[in-house]
Ligand binder design. Structure first.
Ligand SMILES: Cc1cc2nc3c(=O)[nH]c(=O)nc-3n(C[C@H](O)[C@H](O)[C@H](O)COP(=O)(O)OP(=O)(O)OC[C@H]3O[C@@H](n4cnc5c(N)ncnc54)[C@H](O)[C@@H]3O)c2cc1C
Length: 443
């Protein structure tokens, strides 16, 4: 496997401190592939993308097998911040309109909304209790001039989502439970909710099995071959032959599985800190009592939410490398940012810190479509840090592309993302991006 990051990124250490495993009872262990297997459709990767594709395919009566290198939800899907919200493209509406025109851009924004609805209906339909909370999401201006950013987003929401967002000036923030010296205004958009990502991922895996899909754990695919019109996937324990293939590996992809992936995704690290439960007195002292999921107007944004058990989850992008040293440095940066934003909680312990990889694309738009140059092969990836909803829906869209039934994929999601420059050294792009955006984010 030709992967971009240090070996630590693909091992257990980045999630040793994750909060999510402490919230679930015994996690079922899926046995590895042992011997020769046949299926109609093979899926590599049991995250939100792969599991949603598997669920829709199994429910449509298709014979589907999921091969996961670790266990379901091991990747970004079982370790993210749980913001189920609009988003997916990093390119803004002006770029999308110029590149793809009005109709395709609107179809894409409709898909962002459909993605949130899709997750809500999966939770509901399959009885998955994922500790949901938050009425939409709230964007906070970290400097006075960013009120203009909030106004711009309100206009976008009006135009593309046909909803009215609520703009709050600085002096209204404390009474709404958003008191922090850092913020100068807020915009709440009434779409989306927060969830416990591990409960969602495990619930999805259960639903796949209940619908007749098979899931194998500890079954990393090391080779994709072709024999007699079938894809042949090799794992340490055996081989799976299947007519159709979905690669659902996103930030954990390899440049050679399949070769078309090379240069078409850029893994980026995101990091999360979680406090112990805060007391009511501590919440009152800070004046932060809202359970809204929030993010700020920085390019290198912070995302945070007071969870139902009164722990604060606090996330941030960044770190060029996944090494023990970088892990400790990023933890220290996260803690310093947390202390600045919530100064009354400087004494509050943050026992949980972890990180994982998401993916960006060269054209800054997610992809959900056929893999070029391969017959009967698809992939979906690059949700730009918004894969809870968009990754789930992209999996659903791939299933529809295979069966010919279900939601149509917007043209924009099927356009080839293109390759990053610098090949396997493309991570260097992040150094420029972090420096450039870091400068822009200065107060
Ligand atoms: C710390 C963090 C916080 C985030 N917060 C949010 C958030 O709040 N809201 C949001 O919308 N998005 C968030 N994201 C992004 C979101 O989690 C991802 O976009 C989404 O989970 C991607 O799902 P996926 O199924 O495509 O990929 P993943 O969940 O990463 O799954 C890919 C799977 O493929 C497996 N795999 C890889 N190679 C092989 C192989 N060769 N053989 C077998 N299996 C293989 C991996 O083991 C992995 O389990 C966050 C990401 C991170 C890392």
């Amino acid at each position: 496997m030709r992967r971009l990051y240090e070996p630590m990124a693909y091992g257990p250490d980045p999630i040793a401190g994750s909060f999510w495993p402490t919230t679930v009872d015994a996690v079922p262990v899926h046995a590895p592939v042992n011997g020769a297997l046949e299926a109609e459709i093979a899926i590599i990767g049991a995250g939100f993308t792969g599991l949603n594709a598997a669920l829709a395919l199994a429910e449509a009566g298709r014979d589907v097998v999921v091969l996961e290198a670790e266990q379901p939800g091991w990747g970004a899907s079982g370790r993210n911040g749980g913001f189920c919200c609009l988003g997916g493209a990093k390119a803004g509406p002006a770029t999308l309109l110029k590149r793809y025109g009005e109709a395709d851009t609107q179809a894409y924004y409709n898909a962002e909304h459909a993605a949130v609805d899709h997750v809500a209906s999966i939770l509901d339909h399959h009885g998955i209790d994922a500790d949901t909370h938050s009425q939409g999401e709230t964007l906070l201006a970290f400097r006075p001039k960013d009120i203009a950013v909030l106004e711009g987003l309100a206009e976008e929401m009006r135009r593309f989502q046909r909803v009215e967002s609520e703009l709050l000036p600085r002096d209204a923030l404390p009474e709404r439970g958003f008191a922090s010296p850092e913020f100068h205004g807020a915009l709440t958009t009434p779409i989306g909710f927060a969830l416990n990502p591990m409960k969602y991922a495990l619930g999805l895996a259960r639903a796949v099995q209940a619908a007749g899909g098979r899931i194998f754990g500890h079954s990393a695919v090391t080779k994709i071959g072709r024999d007699n019109g079938r894809h042949v996937l090799t794992t340490a324990g055996g081989q799976l032959r299947a007519k159709s293939l979905i690669a659902a590996t996103n930030g954990y992809s390899s440049d050679d599985l399949p070769g078309w992936m090379a240069g078409r995704y850029l893994p980026v690290q995101s990091n999360v800190l979680v406090t112990r439960p805060l007391t009511d007195e501590e919440l009152a002292a800070q004046g932060w009592t809202s359970h809204q999921m929030c993010y700020d107007t920085r390019h290198l944004l912070h995302y945070f939410r007071l969870m139902p058990d009164k722990r604060m989850l606090f996330g941030l992008r960044g770190a060029m490398k996944t090494t023990p040293r970088a892990h400790d440095q990023t933890r220290a940066i996260a803690r310093a940012d947390f202390d600045r934003i919530f100064p009354e909680w400087q004494h509050v312990e943050t026992p949980h810190f972890w990180s994982g990889l998401l993916a960006l694309s060269r054209n800054l738009v997610p992809f959900a479509g056929p893999i070029g140059g391969m017959e009967n092969a698809w992939t979906a990836m690059c949700y730009h840090g918004n894969g809870v909803a968009m990754g789930s829906y992209a999996g659903r869209l791939l299933a529809a592309q295979i069966t010919g039934e279900g939601p149509a994929t917007p043209a924009l999601l099927r356009s080839d993302p293109g390759r990053f420059e610098l090949g396997r050294w493309r991570r260097a792009v992040l150094l420029f991006a972090y420096t450039f955006y870091g400068l822009q984010d200065r107060g």
